[in-house]
Design a protein around this ligand. Structure first.
Ligand code: ATP
Length: 270
């Protein structure tokens, strides 16, 4: 439920099991998130400052947002979600106020994760845009830097950011104590595609003729989002064919698959 315009807060319900593939990444993220959020006292005991920010980068539709949510779920942390593009489009001063307000609220209900989607929009390299837009971006970025530096005293708050354009992120954000960890979220390989198809057919009635292994082989270059769409659409095709249908068959998956073109190009994957 939304409490402030532009921010939603909740403890997400999605879990690590809802994400197919990416096992090593899930492990790394799990540790990186759970340690500072759950054991912040242990860090202060040793005089070690816990991680404050994690940057997830990779092509669209490959579970960056879902990973951030699963991390919050695992740590039972409140999840504050902000969109870089939305902040950027707000009236003068409104975006900065929302940023500060979000950090304040996150402190109140810690443990919290603050998630920035399209982070490159507000964290773009300084001084290389058109004059008007640079000013808005610069102010947002400097507010974000101030808030992140202020996390030193705050316990149980972690900032996660997602971008498709990691090279556009300002170097100031990549210094230690800001985004300490950078993780690449790759498009799914064969095994991951199989796992993703399994996740998204878990709740469906699929016929014995549906071979998910083969389907995974036939969906090279598909993103997780596209595989999810494929499963859902197959169900719709089955119902369109017969509204009393109780099983989704292989031919329904095939019909959808042949009408889809994966959005990722080979170049983006390499
Ligand atoms: P964007 O960069 O466009 O914001 P994203 O990388 O954040 O994309 P998500 O929003 O997490 O991607 O994923 C989009 C949809 O695809 C989600 O509904 C999610 O369930 C599904 N999805 C993507 N990857 C996976 C995966 N590995 N396992 C299961 N579902 C996946």
């Amino acid at each position: 439920p939304s409490i402030t315009r532009g921010v939603t807060v909740e403890i997400p319900k999605v879990s690590w099991d809802d994400i197919g593939g990416l096992n090593d990444l899930k492990k790394k993220l799990k540790q990186a998130v759970e340690w500072p959020l759950k054991h912040s006292d242990a860090f202060s005991r040793l005089g070690v400052s816990p991680m404050r920010g994690i940057l997830l980068h990779g092509p669209p539709g490959c579970s960056k947002t879902t990973l951030a949510k699963a991390a919050a779920h695992a740590a039972q942390a409140s999840f504050f979600s902000l969109s870089g593009a939305e902040l950027f489009s707000m009236y003068v001063g409104e975006g900065e106020a929302l940023l500060r307000n979000t950090f304040r609220r996150a402190r109140l209900v810690a443990p919290s994760i603050i998630f920035f989607d399209e982070a490159d929009v507000i964290a773009a390299k300084r001084g290389n845009g058109s004059s008007g837009s640079t000013t808005v971006g610069e102010r947002l970025l400097s507010t974000l830097l101030t808030e992140m530096d202020g996390l030193e005293e705050a316990k149980g708050i972690l900032v996660l950011a997602a971008t498709n354009r990691p090279h556009a992120i300002d170097a100031a954000l990549m210094r230690p104590g800001r985004f300490d960890l950078v993780l690449y979220v790759p498009p799914p390989d064969l095994e991951a595609r199989y796992e993703i198809l399994r996740v998204h057919t878990r709740g469906m009635k699929v016929g014995n003729d549906v071979d998910l292994r083969q389907l995974a082989e036939e969906t090279e270059h598909f993103t997780g989002a596209e595989l999810e769409g494929l499963c859902r659409e197959a169900g719709i095709v089955a119902l369109r064919e017969d509204i009393t249908a109780s099983i989704v068959h292989a031919r329904h998956f095939q019909t959808v698959k042949s009408s889809l073109k994966p959005a990722l190009t080979k170049q983006e994957i390499d």
